[in-house]
Design a binder for this molecule. Structure first.
Ligand code: IMP
Length: 424
């Protein structure tokens, strides 16, 4: 089995968790390469409901190995909390979870800064998850971050925390009027996290390359979505990491030739949480219907998601950026009751039609989406497991998407459970 990447093709929350969980059986290793506990996967299996934030859904499958890669930002407190919650549900977490020694740590001042900046930004806020993700990546790039390996070295840890506090405390206090942090207390907490996590900490880059060399198959699990990528998304309303497939190479230390296939996960419509452009957004009753019917509320923050029609320029951009070989189309059943389904096919920017997402024109409000309206199927597809059993109009919808974005839809999800899936 080749190594496969599972990437979000829109603004996150496409249902990657379910797809990773579904395909997991075929892989030996599941590795995350970016982001932190801003991600939120909900996996439903049998009578259990698992909310995962940091740990790949592979952890639910006995015998699979999971890695938190160097490109991630990890809040050790959140990680330990997640481990405990999974254990309480009967999930075994021992030698099956590895943490890269070069991943960066989120500290409480990162979270405080994230929240303070959002509060200060007023109407211009990004709508972050408030988990400290952006500030943690900032300290990484600023070269004074604290890496997971530093948790195991008391002298380095103390020095780095003291240095970080000498910069963050005045910033928090003077600029934002917030509480400051006692470096000694942070040191005590983080040295303890290091002790508890020590057995899992490894040279993640060597480890994953050894797995690949010994012919183990790897699934690379993306978090967030392509349009939230720091370089290619709707900047500045993005997350602070590379969510596109290229992030795997840097976020795990895996060479491009080892990424053999890319599955793009796309919802049959579009959602987004947080601020920023969303040209196909529905602000009235139709949007409310999608939100209610699709249970579109954030896994991490519980925030209602913004909802809208499918945006093909977004998907084409995603196919291009990620080299998507196939699409997993999720939540098709949410469209069941809609009589006529508009789909955005392009953007008119000053008389020129764009087939990919015209980021700058959209950022400056200088565009007009063009739609094609498709016939709805007005019957339930909930829980359908065979493609042939789908109503003709639903097949036409899928076919239309495939033709427009030039990628085959190989998986269709018709409900939240693992079983409610069509694999073509
Ligand atoms: P941050 O990643 O918390 O800094 O948030 C930046 C932007 O990314 C905000 O619009 C968030 O709502 C969005 N975001 C972050 N993680 C996710 C996710 O897992 N799903 C959807 N949106 C996300």
């Amino acid at each position: 089995m080749p190594n496969v990447a599972v990437i979000g093709s829109q603004w996150g929350d496409e249902g990657k968790g379910k797809i990773v969980d579904l395909l997991c059986e075929r892989f030996d290793v599941v590795a995350r390469f970016q982001g932190g506990h801003n991600a939120g996967h909900t996996v439903k299996f049998a009578d259990q409901h698992f909310a995962l934030r940091l740990i790949p859904s592979g952890i639910l499958h006995p015998g699979k190995l999971c890695l938190l890669g160097n490109g991630m930002v990890i809040d050790p407190e959140a990680l330990l909390d997640e481990i405990e919650k999974l254990r309480a549900l009967g999930v075994s977490i021992d030698g099956n979870l590895k943490i890269s020694d070069s991943a960066h740590c989120i500290l409480p001042y990162h979270k405080a800064l994230d929240l303070a900046r959002e509060a200060a930004a007023g109407g211009g806020k990004i709508g972050t998850t408030g988990r400290g993700i952006g500030p943690a990546y900032e300290t990484k790039v600023g070269r004074f971050g604290i890496r997971v390996a530093d948790l195991l070295d008391p002298d380095v840890l103390r020095t780095r925390i003291e240095f970080a506090c000498s910069e963050k405390n005045p910033l928090l206090q003077t600029v934002y009027g917030c509480e400051t942090f006692d470096p000694e207390k942070l040191y005590e907490a983080y040295i303890r996290y290091g002790e508890v996590l020590a057995d899992r900490i490894t040279n993640g880059t060597l480890w994953i390359n050894e797995q690949i060399r010994s012919r183990k198959s790897v699934m690379f699990e993306g978090a967030q979505g392509t349009m939230l990528d720091i370089d290619h998304g709707t900047y500045p309303f993005v997350t602070s990491s590379n969510t596109v497939v290229g992030g795997i190479c840097t976020g795990l230390g895996v060479a491009p030739k080892h990424i053999n296939r890319v599955i793009g996960v796309a919802k049959a419509y579009t959602t987004r949480v947080g601020s920023g452009a969303f040209p196909t957004e529905l602000l009235g009753e139709e949007g409310e219907h999608l939100r209610r019917r699709g249970n579109e509320f954030g896994t991490v923050t519980g925030r209602p998601r913004r909802t809208g029609w499918l945006d093909l320029p977004v998907l084409r951009t995603s196919v291009m950026l990620n080299g998507i070989d196939e699409i997993a189309l999720t939540k098709l059943d949410v469209l069941d009751e809609i009589a006529e389904i508009p789909v955005c096919t392009g953007y008119n920017v000053r008389g020129k039609v764009w087939k990919t997402f015209p980021s700058f024109a959209v950022a400056h409000g200088d565009y007009k989406p063009e739609y094609r309206t498709l016939k709805g199927w007005a019957q339930s597809t909930e829980g359908t497991t065979s493609y042939d059993a789908l109503p003709q109009a639903a097949k036409d919808y899928i076919r239309f998407v495939e033709d427009e974005i030039e990628a085959k839809v190989t998986i269709v999800s018709t409900g939240p459970r693992r079983e409610e899936t069509i694999v073509r």
